[in-house]
Write a protein that binds this ligand. Sequence first.
Ligand code: SDX
Length: 430
Amino acid sequence: MADFAKLSIEGQTYTLPIIEGTAGQKAIDIRNLLKETGYITLDSGYMNTGSCISNITYLDGAKGILDYRGYAIEDLADNCFFIEVAYLILNGELPNFDQLEQFKRDMRRFALIHEDMIHFFDHFPPNASPMSILSTMVGTLHNFYPEMDEEDDPYGGLTVATARLLSKIRTIAAFSYKKSIGHPLVYPNAKLNYVQNFLNMMFDRPNIPYIIKPEVASALNKLLILHADHEQNCSTSTVRLVGSAGGNLYASISAGVNALWGPLHGGANQAVVEMLELIYADDRDFDKYIRKAKDKNDPFRLSGFGHRVYKTFDPRAKIIKEACDHVLRALEVEDPLLDIARELEERVSNDDYFISRNLYPNVDFYSGIIYRAIGIPTNMFTVMFALGRIPGWIAQWNEMKQDQDQKIGRPRQVYTGYTRRKFIPMHQRA
Ligand code: SDX
């Protein structure tokens, strides 16, 4: 394989190094292109552009492969606790028994939020979006826990901040739900593990104790693992960009929450269920919505289908689809939306428009069905995505901070506006 590329511009030839990743990915290194040629590149949406070198997550869009630190997502989803996978993504290795026990102790130690933060919930409007509440509360964690600025922190600033964020975001999500339905807050219970604690804080009530079903805890554990990282997606790139300016961890993650909120990104899991409800309410008129999705003049797209990287089935969607059956059976839930989802997938998989564009179900297509079955409200589905993605965001942020070559992220542009022109004083303007 050549280890450089030749670029010929106006009769001059430039040599650009080629970088090869450990899985065989090849990249043309253009880090000196402007300095050497006076040219920039243009790549809106960064469809062809790598923003960094990373050791955390590997995707193969053609083969539907997703690995965290070299481990297949299927193995991790079937055999690990979410906290175990979070440790792997954050530290690069699966934890041994003692390391995992220490991490669990950290989760218990940092599960509470400052009591003053609870008053924030009283001042959001009743219909406030849980994602806007989440990004606000995450950003304000820096005011209550500025340890990233404490050099002499015996524990090490990032270690504490990571454990705090991973544990507290779960409490923030559950507290915001309880506040939204006017129920008393349920505080973290040290006897429960990460997922059980979340379920208990969400659904336990003084008058009706919540029974944590193993199938529910297992399904949620799997969903959090499947969302834990996904290389340089929109929200992770946002976290890296804010961090590259020197933004603190909480500010960077808060920005990531806002990027994830978009319906083209993490907001798709909520949009999928709203779309399925629309089809169900519209007398299951699949043809109408498939026609709309194909119509270039119609902004409607099939939420939960397509992906920038996967040009085959998203490996996460496969696992979630199987888990759907298991959870609904265990909970004896009949959800007509699951039948709608299956029929829509079937029709799309036989339609040349979607086949020719490699549009398959992605991670968001079936996840909402499970969240619904568990009792999580639709407007909290993307919050669930954020809960899963926290370890990935932190790990990617930290990898960026550790990169000696890292500079502040600042893309260039091709300017097509007015060239310099003479100023017109007010009295001469038309
Ligand atoms: C996530 O990047 C990640 O890793 C993200 C994520 C993660 O874990 O972080 O995997 C999570 O965000 C998953 C994606 C969730 N979003 C959705 O489900 C929204 C619906 N999907 C689309 O909006 C779209 O597929 C994207 C945004 C996911 C990808 O868009 P791209 O890569 O920019 O592709 P495109 O919009 O250029 O589409 C290519 C063609 C177009 O048609 P043509 O112009 O070639 O004729 O496919 C069509 C699009 O119109 N198309 C769709 C479609 N998605 C793409 N047509 C109908 N329905 C769709 N869903």
